[in-house]
Every structure is written in C-alpha cells, then in structure tokens.
Design a protein around this ligand. Structure first.
Ligand SMILES: [Zn+2]
Length: 89
C-alpha cells in the first residue's frame, strides 16, 4: 500500500517539523530550563478520566469517591456526569 506509506512518512515529517518549531517558539524554556507546558513536564504521570477517557496530567486531575470507588476526572463536568450515574451499556 504505497499511499499509506507516503501518508506515514508525511505524518512523521510533520511531527518532526512541529517539534522543531515548538522548541524554537519557547525561548523562555531555555532560560529557566523548565517547560511552561504542564504536559511537557518529564515524569508527570497521566491518569485517565473515568467519564470521557481522556488522559490528563495527574496533578490536574479531579479526584472523587464514587460509590466507594476512587475515580479521577479531567473536569468538573465529567465528574458531575459520572456521579449522576448512567446505565451500563
Ligand atoms: Zn473527562
């Protein structure tokens, strides 16, 4: 499937360009040595939102105890949606 391969190469090239541009656009990081983007923090564990399945950095996650279970959410909206309770599907 040559079309697929070309798409993959294009994606890889786009990713490398994106990385390069991003590092150029963050001059303050080089001064402080600390990335401003919390997602770039090295070693920050990611946790999954129990409601929508999105991954968020652990320090930003909202924790709640639902039905005796400890759960993590990405936003208050997701937390509210989970505590409301939904039928299993
Ligand atoms: Zn969520």
């Amino acid at each position: 499937m040559p079309g697929m391969l070309r798409l993959l190469l294009l994606a890889a090239a786009a990713y490398l360009i994106y990385r390069g541009v991003r590092s150029l656009l963050r001059p303050t990081d080089r001064l402080t040595g600390k990335p401003k983007d919390p997602l770039d923090r090295v070693g920050t564990p990611l946790v999954q939102c129990a409601e929508c399945g999105q991954f968020i950095p652990e320090p930003e996650a909202i924790r709640a105890s639902v039905g005796g279970q400890r759960r993590t959410f990405c936003s208050p909206e997701c937390r509210a949606g989970d505590t409301r309770g939904k039928p299993d599907s």
